[in-house]
Design a binder for this molecule. Structure first.
Ligand SMILES: Cc1cc2nc3c(=O)[nH]c(=O)nc-3n(C[C@H](O)[C@H](O)[C@H](O)COP(=O)(O)OP(=O)(O)OC[C@H]3O[C@@H](n4cnc5c(N)ncnc54)[C@H](O)[C@@H]3O)c2cc1C
Length: 395
């Protein structure tokens, strides 16, 4: 049985472990965090990616856990509603579509529930070195003993350590898209019921939505900025940076900043990972590690699900990693490129005028005849990109 080491127990890593096991491999997953990670924003499963969760027997479960958003409002600094919309939301797209928006931790828990048997998990450790030759790989870890594997896969996200070790420094591949995003859990003090509320000022956006019962909500703070220099592992420094930047904001922002101190914080730049190849020798990258499209595309999770399915299937088809990796690259690259292109469609400078225009067009929407058809047409690039790959049956 071929032994495959997967770095990262996120969306891509857990999905890959499931499919590799199903195809008869022996997967080991090493995750840097001491336990499965909670927190994070709602993520989307669209198009082809819905087919992957369906083939895992999880489509019904993820639909049950869907955030089921009913709409959104924009408010001014005093909390007065400027506009309400029920046709779509900023994070989930159209409210009456087949796509599923789900909290990231609900999705990772659901994927992990079927990826346990026959999968070894090692938490609180990470890879420090990989050497490879014709017979296999030797991997060293920060804490555990060195071990041998046939193949190694980096599913360790935007700041992949496997990518840095094998392909080179992150800077060569990361393309910053001028925006940062912070997400954290708060009590649902606004009493939102499957609803999102946003407050925008030039270059900044604060939002709150509630999807899980009515006791908890998720807050997000986004801002446009030149690239910042901060320590990714120093959460206190990140909290201070965000608090200083949002100190002048109205609406409920002061309360959000107070709540931010008592919750797991997700904070990262909107950055795209662009690489000429996703494999090297016996090492492959999957999900954000190889082709993170950035949250601006809305397709990071779907690419991770589809990428993991295709990589595992390609390996199952030939058992020769060279031709399997070649076929993975061939199959996934056009899908990656089409989905990454979505980010630039959503990237806009958040000036006062742009935000005013956005509110006016949302207000005008209500008077538009055939507005659901107009909305569907506006979403066409996303619909086409998310369906642009047909899943094969691998055996
Ligand atoms: C806690 C968290 C919250 C998130 N919240 C949001 C959000 O609010 N909005 C959004 O758009 N995207 C968010 N993301 C990113 C989003 O999940 C991914 O863009 C997308 O789902 C693709 O998944 P992935 O599996 O490729 O990467 P990820 O979901 O990022 O998973 C990568 C995994 O690898 C682990 N890891 C990292 N480095 C190492 C290492 N050196 N060794 C071992 N393991 C490592 C991480 O802890 C994580 O579990 C979040 C990611 C995380 C980890």
């Amino acid at each position: 049985m071929q032994k495959v080491l997967i770095s990262g127990a996120g969306i891509a890593g857990t999905t890959l472990a499931y499919w590799l096991r199903r195809h008869g491999f022996a997967p080991t997953v090493v995750e840097r965090a001491p336990e499965p990670r909670s927190g994070g924003h709602a993520v989307d499963i669209r198009g082809t990616a819905l087919g992957v969760v369906d083939r895992m027997g999880l489509l019904g479960r993820v639909r049950e856990l869907s955030t089921d958003m009913r709409g959104m409002s924009f408010v001014n600094g005093a909390g007065k509603t400027l506009v309400k919309v029920t046709e779509h939301t900023l994070t989930a797209g159209l409210t009456d579509s087949d796509d599923v928006e789900i909290l990231r931790d609900d999705l990772t828990d659901t994927l992990a529930s079927v990826a346990q048997e026959g999968v070894e998990y090692v938490y609180g450790d990470w890879i420090t070195g990989i050497t490879q030759d014709a017979d296999g790989t030797r991997v060293t870890f920060a804490r555990g003993e060195a071990r041998d594997f046939d193949l190694v896969v980096g599913a360790d996200g935007q700041h992949s350590a496997v990518r840095s070790l094998i392909f080179g420094a992150e800077k060569q591949f990361s393309h910053y898209l001028d925006t940062y995003l912070a997400v954290f859990t708060i009590p649902n003090f606004l009493d939102l019921d499957h609803w999102q509320t946003f407050h925008m000022t030039p270059g900044k956006m604060a939002g709150v939505y509630s999807a899980r019962g009515n006791t908890e909500a998720r807050a997000m703070l986004g801002f446009q900025s030149p690239e910042l220099d901060f320590d990714r592992h120093d959460v206190e420094q990140q909290r201070k940076l965000i608090a200083d930047l949002f100190a002048d904001q109205g609406w409920e922002v002061p309360r959000l900043l107070r709540e931010m101190t008592s919750s797991e914080l997700y904070f990262d730049s909107m950055t795209q990972i662009r690489m000429d190849r996703f494999t090297e020798g016996r090492v492959a990258l999957v999900g954000d590690a190889g082709y993170g499209p950035s949250p601006l595309s809305g397709q990071g999770t779907s690419l991770a699900l589809v990428g993991a399915y295709v990589l595992a299937g390609s390996l199952a088809s030939t058992r020769d990693h060279r031709s399997a990796f070649a076929s993975y690259e061939r199959e996934i690259r056009p899908f990656v490129l089409q989905n990454q292109a979505l980010a630039s469609l959503n990237q806009r400078k958040q000036t006062r005028f742009a935000q005013w225009r956005q509110i006016q067009s949302l207000r005008a929407l209500r008077y538009l005849p055939f507005r659901s058809r107009v909305m569907k047409a506006a979403m066409r690039p996303l619909t086409e990109a998310s369906n642009a790959l047909a899943l094969k049956d691998y055996s």
